[in-house]
Design a binder for this molecule. Sequence first.
Ligand SMILES: N[C@@H](CCC(=O)N[C@@H](CS)C(=O)NCC(=O)O)C(=O)O
Length: 245
Amino acid sequence: MGAPTYELFYWPSIQGRGELVRLALEAAGAPYIDVARLPRQGGGGVAAMLALMNDGAAGALPFAPPFLRVGRLVLAQTANILFYLGPRLGLAPKAEAGRLVANQLQLTIADLVAEAHDTHHPVSPYEYYEDQRNEALRRAAAFGQKRLPKFLGYFERVLDRNGGRWLVGRALSYVDLSAFQVIEGLSYAFPRRMRRLGPSIPKLLALRERVAARPRLAAYLASERRVPFSEEGVFRHYPELDAKR
Ligand SMILES: N[C@@H](CCC(=O)N[C@@H](CS)C(=O)NCC(=O)O)C(=O)O
């Protein structure tokens, strides 16, 4: 039996959380279809994604994108999708204990991503940033001063305790790919804050370079498949939410 074709469903115009799944598929060179980016006429587009979310036949219904379809299986929740894909793509430790640690770290990354998102939408995801800007200023200050250093300091320690090269196990895993993406996103959104934090997270920054230099990843990052960061996604650059200097 050949490798299955994975169908990824995610908003076509942003990196968002879908990027964490996409990076794993790309790093492994796995065959996949980015369904919502295909033309509607060919059965793709956002319409195809929404149809699946509203489809009673989809099994465990996804609450929100990203989700992955493999044959009859439909899986949602980024960390859950990666927990499934990791061993199949050679991007997770072999032993169960290592896989659970990978999942634990991935769930912590999910917490960090959610907090980064809430800096620009602290009140409601249904209201414009401009209408919650005052709350965003307070939330972003608390995030930048306390939460961001705490999260990144934690991952730096995890990396250090694991030998300094990879976050879990003895080889690249999906957690390293997600850590790369989060550092990229945070550096886009909060360049001043991240420059200031840089000296305290040398191993994480080296991990980011190590991941970006992998041939498949480097090719992907330079390709049109990599959607650019923007003020529509999870990581947004609003200079007023960053450190002053
Ligand atoms: N915990 C979920 C969060 C999923 C999520 O928030 N997806 C966003 C896009 S990144 C979305 O489309 N949300 C719609 C909604 O929550 O109504 C995960 O990690 O996959």
